[in-house]
Write a protein of this length. Structure first.
Length: 171
């Protein structure tokens, strides 16, 4: 069995368990997830930590990205001027700047910090000319506009869980 066959079989079994709603099968699924995390933590503690954080994050937030997922998504941006990557390269510096303007870095149940980081960079990438025009060249206004657009999108009632789909991050 190759990787793809394993994933297909696992998804089929998981869907059967969830759709069936049989308590004994749900308990078995719980034990298997525990076993999977134990095996993963024995081989790659970093990936085990990322898995558990992603599991928790997707339960807490409609729009959740890990740090690595956000950085990967942002690195693929082709900006209006033809450059690549995000306007704000360092997530921690971005979060500090958001805090400086009084913005919320995370807001349950809408978004976590890395989905905010990716979306603010997305608006800078895709709407740079408009944001530049609205901000009159003021970098703090530019940040505020991208932040406001990102938060508005992340709180959208029509598509409350869109960020993983938008950045083509498979769950």
């Amino acid at each position: 069995m190759d990787r793809n066959d394993i994933l297909i079989k696992f998804n089929r079994l998981l869907n059967k368990t969830i759709e069936g709603g049989v308590k004994q099968e749900m308990q078995t699924t719980k034990m298997m997830f525990q076993k999977a995390v134990e095996l993963l933590s024995d081989t790659d503690i970093r990936k085990a930590k990322e898995f558990v954080e992603c599991f928790e994050g997707t339960l807490l937030f409609n729009n959740y990205l890990t740090e690595q997922e956000a950085e990967n998504a942002v690195s693929l941006f082709v900006n209006q001027d033809g450059s690549r990557g995000g306007r704000w390269k360092n997530p921690e510096e971005f979060f500090q700047r958001i805090a400086d303007i009084g913005g919320l870095i995370e807001q349950e149940p809408y978004y976590n910090r890395y989905s905010l980081y990716a979306m603010a960079n997305k608006f800078s990438s895709d709407q740079h000319n408009i944001v530049q025009k609205w901000s009159d060249g003021d970098s703090m206004k530019y940040l505020q506009i991208c932040y406001d657009l990102a938060v508005s999108q992340l709180q959208d009632k029509d598509k409350p869980n869109f960020v993983r789909w938008y950045f083509n991050i498979c769950d």
